[in-house]
Write a protein that binds this ligand. Structure first.
Ligand code: SF4
Ligand code: SF4
Length: 332
């Protein structure tokens, strides 16, 4: 496709268009900087692996979750999953509209959705954690939208971690944004994401993604494979038939219709984070953390001590670029 005519364009026009399309936050990262700093050098998720021609800029779009759904504290709340899926659909539509607008202006572009995993890194293990083709959280940091927190989630000043992300790659020659240097995360002296996780998957700036996925995607591919495996292994034909009509099967079917419970699920570590101007509208519903316990508190005290001793974990060192400089360390 040859674009002979190109309208003048700048980053302010792209951001205004994103907001007009219903997106809450828009940042622009430099594709060359992302290519030079892959989050995982063994599996580079970089624009140059996706396109040779149109990855000079990565426009990152963030849409906030609705406040009402965030105020629902249950982890297995399908109503929340469904609402989140609708938010995601809106974000995907806005991404496509932005691509078509850019192309009408003369700049080819393509969407990097948050749910598209890299097919080359799936090895026939349904429980395996699969990475998206581009890490949108890291792209968002490079685009100046925020920094990463203890659970490796993006934190923004406006909405804390309570946003969904999408991205658009393009070679429109616009000024990129700069990433922040200082961490927004309050670290182990806060530790609310550690305290709330129902499966204890959050560590000191790291997440056990495989364990998290059992909640983050409760009716995802791993659940389907397990369920079908149990049906195949069941010797009694009557029980087999009941399993086909079970609640498990019903949830999987419902999830396949919309993706609710597959691409959406638990987000407690995002909900309870006190960072973000929106938290004042959430605090009365979320301040109390029923999942907190003494063992998690002891771990947080040890994390805070390690920081005070100037010995943050390797997980921090390897992701410091995106977490940012930690605030003054204090005891638990
Ligand atoms: S999404 Fe849920 S399960 Fe996963 S780390 Fe966050 S709180 Fe834990
Ligand atoms: S809940 Fe606290 S520790 Fe966790 S990411 Fe937010 S600020 Fe950081």
């Amino acid at each position: 496709m040859s674009f002979v005519f190109q309208e003048p364009i700048d980053s302010a026009a792209i951001k205004a268009k994103g907001r007009a399309l219903g997106v809450d936050l828009v940042g622009i990262a430099d594709g060359a900087v992302m290519n030079a700093h892959p989050p995982n050098p063994r599996l580079p998720q970089t624009p140059d692996r996706i396109t040779d021609h149109d990855g000079d800029r990565c426009i990152v779009l963030a849409k906030r979750y609705s406040i009402g759904t965030t105020r629902l504290p249950r982890v297995d709340e399908r109503h929340k999953y469904y609402n989140d899926e609708l938010t995601l659909s809106e974000l995907e539509s806005a991404s496509l509209e932005l691509v078509l607008w850019l192309e009408d202006m003369g700049y080819p572009a393509l969407i990097i959705p948050p749910t598209h995993v890299d097919p080359w890194v799936y090895f026939g293990e349904p429980d395996q954690h699969t990475e998206t083709i581009l890490s949108l959280t890291h792209a968002a940091v490079e685009a100046g939208l925020g920094t990463l927190g203890m659970a490796e989630q993006l934190i923004t000043p406006e909405y804390g971690p309570r946003v969904l992300l999408s991205a658009v790659l393009t070679s429109a020659p616009v000024e990129p944004d700069r990433k922040r240097d200082e961490a927004l995360c309050l670290g182990p002296r806060c530790g609310r994401c550690v305290q709330t996780c129902p499966v204890d998957a959050v560590g000191h700036f790291e997440r056990d993604w495989k364990t998290c996925n059992t909640q983050r995607s409760p009716h995802g591919f791993h659940a389907l494979a397990d369920h079908l495996g149990r049906i195949i292994d069941e010797p009694d034909p009557e029980v087999k038939k009941q399993m086909l009509r079970s609640k498990d099967q019903f949830y999987i079917w419902q999830s396949m219709l919309r993706g609710a419970g597959v691409v959406t699920g638990c987000r407690r570590c995002q909900d309870v984070c006190p960072v973000g101007s929106d938290y004042t509208r959430l605090a009365d519903a979320l301040d109390e953390i029923p999942e907190a316990n003494a063992a998690k508190s002891a771990r947080l005290t040890a994390y805070a001590q390690a920081e005070a001793d100037g010995a943050p974990p390797q997980s921090y060192d390897s992701a410091k670029r995106w977490i940012g400089t930690l605030k003054e360390p204090t005891q638990g």
